[in-house]
Ligand binder design. Structure first.
Ligand code: ADP
Ligand code: MG
Ligand code: ZN
Length: 486
């Protein structure tokens, strides 16, 4: 039978504020910090302590909710979600349940089939749990508990079951991640677990209005895992349904090495969280002026910026999307275009997408750490447009600028890279190459036109790539024409 795939995503994103959601402990990078150094009685769940809401975390959450065009509740409520697990010292997680911070949003994504609108069900605030490390040593197995992450503000973003393929789920996840980064609330660093995805996946006969039974795949921490787990489930569920069996509603894990899902718990084992309103926190009231202020302060979002780049700078769509995906990169590009007078934005874009990105890959530097600031790169590109250096040499100069932080003028001067625009010198170089290659000349005269390009390359090489290309071409044509028998 033919089935339609239905996917809804739950996304957990840490709000990277200075301090945790309900206490003053700093938010630290768990992968870089010694365990249990950012812990206090509140986030360690000692008796008698009281939580206090972090205003900055609420503000970050508002940014996300508004960027996703949600309606924000004036009053939302915190609740206790009770479960017992060693990474949760209080024995409950403070979350929002029936009255979340925001609901009814939307995110437009781009897929190979065009634009699609994915509805957002809700956006709510909660706190993260600690981290367990399971150890096997000397025949013993035990677990280590690190509470640095416990109590960090976490935003849960739940979509409607509006996605129809792994490709759409990925586009949604990527779109959301780039919005979180653009809003400055989350680094998007999936290896560090600051964003985690859960995919709810079901199949139904094509054309059926009812939803099928869903499974939920937990803790997907890469786009690849997200796509692969969906592909795997689509096949597994289709085979089950084809054989007349039913899909069990269950929670699955993703076995990355073996590329398959595995059962974690069935519906019967599902937790009863016994939610009840958090007695230690008052309702969260968000005044209209606050919401208005946050909305007014939202940056231009990546998708809108991409479309503006295409329009304003005449960039190919794929280049525009890459440049606009990260606010830092997009800002660098726009500063460059602004600084570099008379330079085609496409040329500026090519240097960022080519040389600059390649350098970042080897050096590991973020774009805001580059020694070459936009004004310095603009200065370099202006020298190309003005004919001081060739486009070919520019790459050499830029590579050296990126490594050393020196100005374009210094590098060009020190290495003698100034373009050769001296007619006498170019005439001499062309004559030298022609004289040294009589065999090629014969072929040319016998009608092999492509030899002209070969000569061009040879002269350029002799000139250390510095010859003014237009002058070289003209001079070469002139000397070749002279050799032709009249
Ligand atoms: P739970 O806590 O039980 O996981 P949530 O409301 O937090 O419930 O999340 C449910 C998620 O599952 C939502 O993203 C929703 O769109 C999705 N979903 C619900 N029913 C289906 C279904 N039949 N197939 C696929 N996804 C579904
Ligand atoms: Mg769920
Ligand atoms: Zn604390």
């Amino acid at each position: 039978m033919k089935y339609e795939t239905v996917i809804g995503l739950e996304v957990h994103a840490e709000m990277q504020t200075h301090s945790k959601m309900f206490c003053g402990c700093p938010v630290v990078d768990s992968t870089q910090t010694r365990p249990n150094v950012a812990v206090c009685p509140v986030c360690a769940g000692m008796p008698g302590v009281l939580p206090v809401v972090n205003r900055q975390a609420v503000e970050y959450a508002l940014r996300v909710a508004l960027a996703l065009e949600c309606s924000v509740a004036q009053t939302s409520l915190f609740a206790r979600k009770n479960y017992f697990y060693p990474d949760l010292p209080k024995g409950y997680q403070i979350s929002q349940y029936e009255d979340p911070l925001a609901e009814h949003g939307r995110l437009v994504i781009d897929t190979s089939a065009g634009e699609r609108l994915i509805r957002i069900t809700r956006v709510h605030l909660e706190e993260d749990a600690g981290k367990l490390t399971h150890v096997e040593k000397d025949g013993q197995s035990y677990s280590l508990v690190d509470l640095n992450r416990a109590g960090v503000a976490l935003l849960e973003i739940v979509s409607e079951p509006d996605m129809r393929s792994a490709e759409e789920a990925r586009a949604y996840a990527e779109g959301l991640r780039s919005i979180l980064r653009a809003l400055g609330v989350n680094s998007g660093d999936m290896e560090k677990g600051v964003i985690r995805f859960e995919a709810n996946i079901s199949l139904r006969p094509a054309g059926s209005p009812q939803l099928g039974t869903r499974v939920e795949v937990k803790n997907l921490n890469s786009f690849r895992a997200l796509e692969r787990s969906i592909a795997y489930e689509v096949e597994r569920q289709a085979a089950l349904l084809d054989s007349g069996a039913k899909v069990d509603q269950e929670t699955l894990g993703w076995d990355e090495p073996n590329n398959r899902t595995y059962s974690q718990r069935s519906k019967e084992e599902a937790h009863d969280y016994r939610y009840f309103p958090e007695p230690d926190l008052p309702p969260l009231v968000v005044e209209t002026e606050w919401v208005d202020r946050v909305r007014a302060g939202l940056p231009e979002l990546p998708r809108v910026r991409t479309q503006r780049f295409i329009r304003e700078y005449d960039l190919p769509a794929s280049d525009a999307a890459v440049l606009a995906a990260e606010a830092d990169v997009a800002n660098y590009f726009e500063a460059l275009v602004r600084d570099a007078r008379g330079i085609a934005p496409r040329l500026a874009a090519n240097f960022i997408l080519g040389e600059v990105f390649a350098w970042q890959k080897t050096s590991g530097e973020r774009i805001d750490e580059l020694k070459v600031r936009p004004a310095m790169l603009a200065d370099l590109l202006e020298r190309v447009t003005q004919g001081e250096i060739t486009l070919l040499t520019t790459k050499t100069v830029l590579a050296e600028m990126l490594a050393s932080g020196r100005q374009a003028a210094d590098v060009i001067g020190a290495r003698g890279l100034t373009q050769i625009s001296d007619g006498v010198e170019i005439t001499r170089l062309v004559a030298e190459v022609i004289a040294a290659n009589p065999g090629e000349m014969e072929k040319y005269l016998a009608g092999k036109e492509s030899v002209a390009n070969w000569f061009f390359g040879q002269v350029m090489r002799l000139a250390g790539k510095r010859a003014n290309p237009a002058m070289l071409r003209a001079e070469l044509n002139r000397q070749l024409a002279q050799k032709r028998p009249a």
